[in-house]
Unconditional design. Sequence first.
Length: 326
Amino acid sequence: MTASFPVSRPRRLRRTLPLRRLVAQVSVRPASLVLPLFVKEGITEPRPVGSMPGVVQHTRESLRKAASEAVDAGVGGLILFGIPAVKDGRGSAADDPNGIVQLALADLAAEVGADTVLMADLCLDEYTDHGHCGLLIPAGDVDNDATLERYASIAVAQAAAGAHVVAPSGMMDGQVGAIRTALDEAGHHEVAICAYSVKYASALYGPFRDAAECAPQFGDRSAYQQDPAAGDAVREILLDVAEGADIVMVKPALPYLDVIAQAAAAAPVPVAGYQVSGEYAMVEAAAANGWLDRDRVIMETLTAIRRAGASIILTYWAAEAARRLG
């Protein structure tokens, strides 16, 4: 039997910060945070992203500095997105050994590779002139199976450059299996796969597309990213796990906390939540207008994602939050 008021007073454990801290059941650790970073070929100074205050497109030099600062703050991982100088229909720069991401990965492997987890986003949208996540057939649709061959090649290139984890985000059927096979055949058995298993066709990616310069030149990605109203998230997760995913991800995070909880209950591997660019930009814009307490909202949102079941959180506030958590 549970006692009732006045014997039962839940507020007793909320009276002071030390009491609240003592009984907290959810905590966000710096080591569970992953910082997304953008590196752009052909620039000489970091370029601010207008829709994401505080975020920049890095040069290779500024990337190394930002990575070192994040690692010193205690961030658990870095995920790299590249913007090449030249794009084409097949995204040739994505697996070029001298492409911007491969060069930047090698830089970071030498700089901080022993102290953090280096992750590489594995997709084609940043590298194609049409902005879609795969190769196109003449009618303009993405060719799923032909795209898998490109993903396999990109995975091997990223692993050779120093990535500890490759993170396929294109939502192609069979992508995890194709990548695992390619990595193993190339001798990269130790490289893990963080699958974007549940990536919704969300309107919250807009600022990211400014940062990565990857907005589709026609149509949208609804034919391969998931429908927010669909109920196939767990199916996608279990398919990816069966194909060899070491980590599964839900993206975006805050609008899909219920899906993160489903993923945590169903998946036998760690679950990541990606706090996407639109989530970041909304808080920054509201804070700039004095409409909310920025620092409190940042920590509240990270706690919510962790409470839902994500053991890894990708967030543009990773370094700042890690310093605060100490």
